[in-house]
Write a protein that binds this ligand. Sequence first.
Ligand SMILES: NC(=O)c1ccc[n+]([C@@H]2O[C@H](COP(=O)([O-])OP(=O)(O)OC[C@H]3O[C@@H](n4cnc5c(N)ncnc54)[C@H](O)[C@@H]3O)[C@@H](O)[C@H]2O)c1
Ligand SMILES: CC(C)[C@H](C(=O)O)[C@@H](O)C(=O)O
Ligand SMILES: [Mg+2]
Length: 352
Amino acid sequence: MKFNIALLAGDGIGPEVIDQAVKVSDAVAKKFGHEITWKPALTGAAAIDAVGEPYPDATHDICAASDAVLFGAIGHPRFDNDPSAKVRPEQGLLKMRKKLGLFANVRPTFTFPSLIDKSPLKKERIEGTDLVFLRELTGGIYFGEKGRRDEGETAYDNCVYTRAEVQRLAKKGFELAMTRSKKLCCVDKANVLETSRLWRETVQAMEKDYPEVEVSYEFVDAVAMRLVQWPNSYDVLITENLFGDILTDEASVISGSMGLMPSASMGSDIALFEPIHGSYPQATGLNIANPLATVLSAAMMFETAFNLPEEGAAIRDVVNKSLSEGVVTEDLANGEKAYGTQEVGDWLAANI
Ligand SMILES: NC(=O)c1ccc[n+]([C@@H]2O[C@H](COP(=O)([O-])OP(=O)(O)OC[C@H]3O[C@@H](n4cnc5c(N)ncnc54)[C@H](O)[C@@H]3O)[C@@H](O)[C@H]2O)c1
Ligand SMILES: CC(C)[C@H](C(=O)O)[C@@H](O)C(=O)O
Ligand SMILES: [Mg+2]
C-alpha cells in the first residue's frame, strides 16, 4: 500500500523523536512492502519563527490531504515564561485539533513486563494495568470564551459542552469498551460542575444502548487517587478535555516514563498520532529523550489509520525487545548504560 503522512516535528525534542519514528515506520514499511511519502510541515514555535503563526494554512492543507498525521511536540520556554505573549505554540496545537475535527484522543496506559520493577509504584499495584483514556479534545475549558475584565485584574475561562459533543465521545467509549472488558468509567465532577452533570446525564441515557457495558461514574479527584492506587481496576475511561490532560500525565508514571506514552487523536476524516509528552525543552539537542512514545504512536497509526495490525505488532514487538535487552534512554536506565535517542531508533529500525 502507499501512504502520504504529514510529518509535524514541532519544537524541542519533537524533531529528534520524530526522526526515530520515521526510521522505524520506514523499516516496517519496507518489511511489509508499503511505500510511505512523508510530507513535512511547520508547526509550533518553529512555525511562529518562520511564518508568524503556529499552525499555518499551508500546514493544514498538507494535513488535510494526507492519510494520517504524525506529530512530535510543540512548546518553547520563551513563550512559557511570557504570559503576555499573544501568539503561542500551543494555540497551533488547539487550532489543528479543532480544524481537523480531532475530538477523541485515545491515550492508552499499559505496563511493560521488563519495566515493572522500575516503576516508582509497587509491582503488585500496577501489574496487569491495561487501561485506555478517551479524552475529549475539541471542547471544554480549552475552547470556551476566555479573557480579562476589571482592567486585567480578573480573568476567566469558560467551560462549555454540548450534549452532542459528549454523545460522540461517549459513543466511542462504549464501542471501545465492547471490544475490551466491557467496563466504562465516566470521570467527571458532577457534584460541582454543570458541564459534568450534562456529561453524567448524557452517558446515563446512553447506557440502555449498550446493556452489556458496566458503567461507573467517578469524581475526578477520586480517580486521580485510585489511578495510582489500583490502576488495574480500570479499563476504558471517558472524560473531558482538561481532566484527561491531567490524568494521562499522571498515568504515565504507571508505565515508568512520560517518554513511553503514545496517543491517537481521532475525528471523522483524519487521525493524528502523537506522544502525550511535550517538547521537554531541557533535553533539546542532547540526544537523551525517549523516542518510544512517538514510535508507539506510529504503531497506533499503522493499526488504526491504515488497519494494518501486523505492522503495528511488529513495532510493538521490537519495542518490547529493546526494553528487555536494556536498549533504553536515560529515563529508563536507572543508573545502568543509557543509549541515545538516535541509537535507540537505529536499533529498533535494524531489528524490526
Ligand atoms: N502535545 C504537545 O506538543 C505538548 C504536550 C505537553 C506539553 N507541551 C509543551 O511542552 C513544553 C514543556 O512542557 P512540560 O515540561 O510541562 O512537559 P513535557 O512533557 O515536555 O516534560 C515534562 C517532563 O516529562 C519528562 N519527559 C517528557 N518527554 C520525555 C521523553 N520523550 N523522554 C524522557 N522524558 C520525557 C521529562 O522528565 C520532562 O521534564 C511546554 O511549552 C508545553 O506547553 C506540549
Ligand atoms: C500543550 C498543551 C496545549 C496540550 C494539551 O493540554 O492538550 C498538551 O498538554 C497535551 O497533552 O497534548
Ligand atoms: Mg498534556
